[in-house]
Write a protein that binds this ligand. Sequence first.
Ligand SMILES: [Zn+2]
Length: 73
Amino acid sequence: MSKTYEQSLDVSRPIRDWLIIGGALALGLLALYSMGFDQGFLLSLFQGHTSYQINMLHELIHDSRHIAAFPCH
Ligand SMILES: [Zn+2]
């Protein structure tokens, strides 16, 4: 006798739950990495205090805003 659709869902449910948890964890770590990169925490080991003033992601988004012809200053 073959499994019903609900029985097959029960088998794959833990895998789906772990994929959701893993995806949320990966997105959280990516956000934390991006924030550390933007605020200069990651590069401060190599560049020292000047890395706190660079704000690379901010400048990247800001420049792409200018490229898209949105005036801001
Ligand atoms: Zn600007």
